[in-house]
Design a binder for this molecule. Structure first.
Ligand SMILES: Nc1ncnc2c1ncn2[C@@H]1O[C@H](COP(=O)(O)OP(=O)(O)OP(=O)(O)O)[C@@H](O)[C@H]1O
Length: 774
């Protein structure tokens, strides 16, 4: 079947389509605020102005007689200026018209400063009207805002810090200060840093709650205002050059707050692509995505906290129990001042929502595929996000569990959250407010309720639509586009974002604990890694002839074997560390994880492992092979141990760098032997290095490690094999083996410098994570 007749989606019937509700809270001149719902006027155009004949009449003298109008077109309310004197101000700029998004605020004032005679309109596109509360400013010198019930204005929202922000009075002026909150404070669309002076009717946003400041009263909205998502003319191309192809073809979508939206379509139609683009994972080649009217990709750092995203791959650690995994995730994602009771309650709630209460003490690796999926969802539910994206959450679930999950998502949407999911199952589509039908080639073929879709496509069963949009995607897209013009909401300017030092240190501690626990819980691997150290020392001892530390060649060879062992041990510890958890890392990075803390935690735990292994390696080596008679600085055993530790740690740092470069653990592992070769070739042991090869050798960890060992063993002072056999040949001393403290300390410092450089490089490489193709 091909599309034929034209149908109008919304204008045919008198019944209100979803999304028509638009609550406007009006702060007019010096009057108390009041709320109107534009849908209550039951007409497509609602006028406003100072004259009595308008639908909404304002008292402010800054408002013209016929100032403007709201018009409902294609499922969206638009505000228009009708040639007024003072115009409409949106995001500090005069605008002629604007598509209203949830959470928008528009002013009418003299354009100089927000003043009490001006008008402020705050929009909420959700079904539930906003309940505004009032806090009298009075003589208060300090007004606190936060989660704590002791705050003057309290928001019992888990994403709000205990004491989030303060309003301070100094003389006649009021100032807003962010109290180092985890999720930040936004004033009129700009993130607050330092102390900022407040003006009349300034809009303060904390997580998703709005506070309107006036010098007599502060108005605030405890109920969540919800989140809208607008996709505007999004094109996504995959691949490069001639091989590139379009996976989203000029897609336009508007998801209103509190809606449950499913994206369906054939395999490869671009469902995950558009979902990834909407949640900040995949920047569009062309077009924009707006979250509550704010450009997502220009302001991702400020918006990421309100977005929950469950990717197709699991974001759970196999070697932690479900409870432990959620504890670490909660510590990383929730505000730092949250107490254990609140944290445990959030975890319990998340576990109950995904129906895994009986599995909370099980290791994640013992969960079934469907249970792991639900565990991933629980991680995202912890921070109670108001915007949740799920990529095939129902895959691997039995129909009963799928229905329960969809019911949970429906309940979330009913509570004001916006939920968008990709699904292959059409069983529970009736629960969704709207369905996005993606056709072949990333073409949006229809967006509306399931019932409207059946009418649009002229079929009785949703499954029949799959074939239509695979075979004739472009025709259906054209038919749909002819009815719904593109969305192009105006948007705010960039919001700045900062992550403070305190948060980095806190994250470093949590990540180190988690990494240590994962290492301990993976007993088999850790035991193998630890045991290989003494085994390597034992193997080295088998080739010792008894001339060690007495004869140059034998001593040098044995020490080189020790150096390579230390290198191998450190490298093996680290080479899969990052790539094996790349999906989780990316997800956590997108929610605010500090990459410096992450890399720091990895090297912290790996260093402890390296120290244990180095201790076993060196002890076994000295026990079976022996030690030089004296050291340069300390006891020779201690010097050998320090050199071994530094070699192992710098090669672990190199391993982390390699691991950061790969998204696949097996591929990273194949690189390990390739990294060992330069150590053998350029350490100066097998081949005499001159010119270019000598310069290359400066970058080989084992070369510096050998210098450390060679100095301790006083290689220059040992006789050559031929000399021992009575042949009188000179032993040319090598400057780097000179038995001096300077030599030893230089080798150690260079090994430390290697570690630092490798870690910095790993940090830089990982910062490309966000741009990685989703
Ligand atoms: N990282 C990537 N690099 C290049 N092409 C990709 C990438 N990911 C997906 N594609 C291609 O983009 C197109 C859309 O893929 P996408 O995963 O969005 O489809 P989908 O509808 O979600 O499919 P499925 O239902 O099978 O998961 C496909 O042709 C796919 O091969």
């Amino acid at each position: 079947m091909q599309p034929s007749e034209k149908t109008s989606l919304y204008r045919q019937s008198d019944s209100l389509p979803p999304g028509r509700d638009c609550t406007v809270t009006i702060f007019d001149a010096n009057c108390s605020p009041y709320t109107v719902n534009l849908a209550d006027f039951r007409k497509p155009v609602v006028t406003f102005g100072r004259a009595a004949g308008n639908d909404i009449v304002f008292a402010s003298h800054l408002v013209s007689h016929s100032h403007g109008q709201f018009e409902y077109i294609n499922g969206q309310w638009i505000i228009r200026d009708q040639g007024s004197t003072n115009g409409l101000i949106y995001n500090e700029m005069g605008i002629a018209q604007h598509i209203i998004s949830n959470g928008d605020f528009i002013r009418i004032d003299d354009g100089v400063e927000t003043i009490s005679e001006g008008v402020l309109l705050v929009f909420s596109a959700g079904k539930a009207p906003n309940r505004w509360e009032r806090f009298p400013v009075g003589q208060n010198q300090k007004i606190t805002i936060g989660r704590s019930s002791n705050c003057s204005i309290s928001f019992p929202n888990i994403s709000t810090s205990n004491i989030h922000a303060e309003i301070l009075r100094e003389g006649d002026r009021y100032y807003l200060v962010d109290c180092q909150s985890t999720n930040g404070t936004i004033l009129n669309g700009e993130r607050v840093s330092g102390k900022i002076v407040l003006h009349e009717k300034d809009v303060i946003t904390i997580t998703d709650s709005k506070i309107i400041f006036t010098s007599s009263d502060i108005y605030y909205c405890r109920t969540k205002t919800g989140i809208s998502v607008d996709v505007s003319d999004v094109v996504i191309r995959r691949g490069k050059g001639k091989k590139s192809f379009v996976t989203s073809n000029h897609v336009n979508l508007g998801v209103r707050p509190g809606e449950l939206v499913a994206i369906i379509g054939g395999s490869g139609a671009g469902k995950s692509t558009i979902l990834n683009c909407m949640c900040g994972y995949l920047p569009p080649t062309q077009g924009s995505v707006y979250i509550n009217g704010i450009n997502l990709y220009q302001n991702f750092d400020s918006l990421k906290k309100i977005i929950g995203y469950v990717p197709q791959s699991d974001i759970v650690y196999d070697n932690l129990t479900l409870w432990d995994m959620l504890v670490y995730a909660a510590k990383l994602r929730l505000p730092s001042d949250i107490n254990t009771t609140e944290r445990n309650a959030a975890i319990q709630r998340a576990i109950e929502t995904v129906e895994l209460t009986d599995k909370q003490n099980s290791l994640v690796k013992s969960l079934s595929g469907g249970q792991r999926k639900r565990a991933s969802i629980a991680v995202e539910l912890l921070s109670d996000p108001n915007l949740l994206f799920l990529d095939e959450p129902a895959s691997g679930l039995d129909p009963g569990t799928e229905r329960n999950l969809m019911h949970s998502l429906r309940l979330m949407a009913d509570s004001g959250k916006t939920v968008i999911l990709v699904t292959h199952s059409v069983l529970q589509l009736a629960l969704c407010d709207k369905v996005v039908f993606m056709g072949k080639g990333g073409n949006l073929c229809f967006y509306g309720s399931q019932k409207e879709a059946l009418d649009f496509f002229g079929v009785a069963d949703t499954v029949d639509i799959y074939n239509l949009i695979t075979d004739h995607a472009e025709q259906w897209r054209d038919k749909y586009n002819s009815m719904v013009p593109p969305v192009s909401p105006a948007h705010y300017a960039g919001l700045s974002h900062t992550r403070n030092k305190k948060q980095r240190i806190k994250q470093l501690c949590i990540l180190t604990q988690r990494c240590a626990k994962l290492t301990v819980n993976d007993r088999q691997r850790t035991l193998l890694l630890v045991c290989q150290a003494p085994v390597l020392a034992f193997l080295i001892s088998l080739v010792a002839t008894g001339k060690q530390f007495e004869q140059y060649e034998m001593t040098k060879s044995l020490l080189f074997a020790l150096s390579c062992s230390a290198f191998w041990v450190g490298m093996l510890n680290a080479i899969q560390e990052v790539c094996k958890e790349r999906t989780i890392l990316k997800r956590e990075y997108m929610t605010g994880l500090s990459l410096s803390s992450y890399v720091g935690s990895k090297i912290g735990v790996l260093s402890v492992l390296c120290i244990i292994q180095s201790f076993l390696l060196t002890s076994m080596f000295t026990l079976l092979v022996g030690v030089p008679e004296e050291g340069v600085l300390f006891h020779p055993y201690l010097e050998l141990l320090i050199t071994t530790i530094l070699t192992a740690i710098s090669s672990a740092a190199m391993g982390l760098l390699v691991s950061s470069l790969f998204s696949n653990a097996d591929r990273a592992m194949t690189i390990a032997p390739i990294l060992l070769m330069p150590q053998i070739l350029f350490s100066g042991l097998i081949f005499k290095l001159e010119g270019a090869t000598q310069a290359i050798s400066w970058f080989a960890v084992c070369r510096w490690s050998m210098e450390g060992y060679g100095t301790t063993a006083d290689l220059n002072g040992l006789p050559l094999k031929l000399q021992e056999e009575g042949i009188a040949i000179p032993h040319e001393a090598e400057s780097f083996y000179e038995f001096t403290a300077d030599n030893l300390i230089t080798a150690w410092c260079i090994l430390v410098a290697f570690s630092v450089v490798f870690l910095l490089l790993a940090r830089i490489v990982l910062s490309k994570l966000r741009k990685e193709n989703a």
